[in-house]
Design a protein around this ligand. Structure first.
Ligand code: N7H
Length: 479
């Protein structure tokens, strides 16, 4: 039922990438921008385009050819301020919250949302403590260029700059900031900077995904793509087949995270077996995330890593915290993956409590790492000297239920999950939770013990964007 030629590729299939450049832009001449945009549209990679690329990558691997298939992909999205600047009515992109009447995060903009709802640190002037580039109030859109190498991405970037006359007197677009993200090298490919394999659990989308591995049930197409079954808002025609992109510029304090792990090793595993300090630190990290660095879920393999489990797509997402509503033995309530996708904690609550479906809260995570590997000096001192982290990007059709909800109502909320009746509170998500940061359940034999921790992930910018369909770009946004 999806028209895969009409939907931008990153949304449903993820642009293939070794590297990605995020160009956050401001529109300097709206009339000219809308004309120039026509020339960008042929460069945009749709879902069909990505599927073809993946086929080419598979063929290349089968033939055991050396190197990577040269390929690039471009996607574009706009902020509310961007649509306003272009004179485009985006009313159907920003309904108020039907339950609370709250202003839509897309309309609010992330700079305001950050301090009102997301819990980002605030400066004296009321702005979030972000990089200057994200505070100037001129962010109109985002262009993502993905590719196999810096060389091929930069070539596309030059093409795009030429289309909009960037750095010429007739420029219609100005770059506010551009950030290069890179998949980590060698064996760390696919792992984020703390060392954990990422990108394992994303929603399976009905009507799109053909391979359905055991795990959380598939979501309706409209949870991720506007205008489809499951999208709760009636949209203007041009606003269908799109998706909202929550972008966050997240810095990770990796040496400090490692120091914290080594200072707080878990003494014994859940069976009472004494652990070496190194194993105890490894277990602590796994219990903060809910997965081992390999990607193996601790709900399945709680006290010992299991790389074979991690590598098996039919088993590595097949867990539900089933029957563990009151137990942190295998997985802490506040572990990152339990906070951000509580599975049976909400969907199969104790008798007498109405189940709460989590389908509407699922998000499609993309994004890429940025910054260098740890230097010997950083390893020795335990102090960050070079900025690194995650260009966090996730797609959904409802920002209230998606990104904003996960951050505000789950990660930052010490009382969530709500149905456990143990004496201890879960505490905050140890990775992304903002506020008074502590959590229980890290020591499997002393679940009530609270451990306080510094902030390891620091937001330095971001915005909410809408990635329109090809049709929307052609008929309504370009002129
Ligand atoms: Fe998270 N990490 O490195 O530890 N995340 N995350 N995330 N995250 C996940 O299951 C990480 C962030 C979600 O369905 C894994 O694919 C880091 C934000 C959700 O089971 C790892 C950062 C938000 C899931 C990380 C970061 C989320 C998830 C396990 C920032 C939303 C899937 C791998 C620097 C507000 C849950 C996997 C499920 C998984 C890490 C940010 C949400 C390893 C480093 C801001 C929904």
């Amino acid at each position: 039922e999806f028209n895969l030629d009409n939907i931008q590729g990153d949304i449903l299939s993820g642009l293939p990438k070794k590297t990605e450049t995020y160009i956050v832009f401001s529109i300097t001449n709206a009339t000219k921008f809308r004309k120039d945009l026509h020339n960008l549209i042929p460069l945009i990679k749709t879902v069909s385009g990505v599927l073809k690329d993946r086929q080419a990558i598979d063929d290349h691997k089968k033939k055991k050819l050396p190197g990577l298939v040269p390929m690039t992909g471009v996607n574009i999205s706009f902020s509310h301020l961007g649509f306003t600047t272009l004179g485009i009515d985006d009313t159907t992109l920003r309904p108020v919250n039907p339950k609370t009447g709250a202003v839509n995060p897309f309309e609010l903009g992330q700079k305001v949302d950050a301090v009102t709802n997301l819990g980002d640190t605030q400066k004296l002037n009321g702005d979030p403590d972000w990089d200057e580039a994200f505070l100037q109030g001129n962010i109109h859109g985002l262009i993502i260029i993905s590719g196999d190498s810096h060389l091929s991405v930069n070539a596309v970037r030059l093409k795009i700059e030429a289309i909009f006359g960037v750095r010429t007197p007739t420029a219609s677009l100005k770059e506010v900031i551009s950030i290069v993200g890179d998949v980590r090298p060698g064996a760390e490919a696919g792992h984020e900077h703390f060392g954990f394999l990422d990108g394992i659990s994303n929603p399976v989308v009905t009507g799109f995904d053909t391979v359905i591995n055991p795990g959380p049930k598939p979501v309706n197409p409209g949870v991720i793509v506007t205008g489809h079954n499951g999208d709760t808002t009636t949209r203007a025609d041009w606003a269908t087949d799109g998706s909202f992109l929550a972008f966050r510029y997240l810095f990770q304090e990796v040496p400090e995270f490692n120091v914290f792990l080594s200072k707080n090793p878990i003494p014994k595993d859940g069976n009472g077996v004494a652990l070496t300090p190194a194993d105890g630190s490894e277990l602590l990290g796994a219990r903060m995330v809910g997965r081992w660095k390999s990607g193996a879920p601790i709900d399945v393999s709680p006290f010992k890593d299991d790389p074979a489990l991690a590598a098996d797509a039919t088993r590595n997402n097949d867990f539900f915290f089933a029957g563990e509503i009151n137990s942190q033995l295998k997985c802490p309530f506040a572990a990152h993956v339990r906070k951000t996708n509580p599975r049976d904690d909400l969907e199969v609550p104790p008798t007498g409590i109405t189940p709460i479906p989590v389908e509407g809260n699922r998000i499609m995570r993309r994004g890429v790492q940025f910054g260098p590997e740890l230097t010997p000096q950083e390893k020795a001192t335990g102090v960050t000297a070079h900025g690194r982290g995650l260009l966090f990007a996730c797609y959904q059709t409802n920002l209230f239920n998606g990104f904003q909800f996960l951050q505000q109502t789950w990660a930052n909320n010490a009382d969530f999950q709500p149905f456990e009746t143990q004496p201890e509170k879960p505490g905050l998500d140890p990775l992304i939770g903002q506020g008074v940061r502590s959590m229980s359940g890290l020591d499997p034999l002393n679940e009530q013990k609270l451990l306080s921790m510094p902030q390891f992930i620091i937001p330095r910018g971001g915005e909410y964007f809408f990635a329109p369909s090809i049709n929307g770009l052609k008929t309504t946004i370009a002129t």
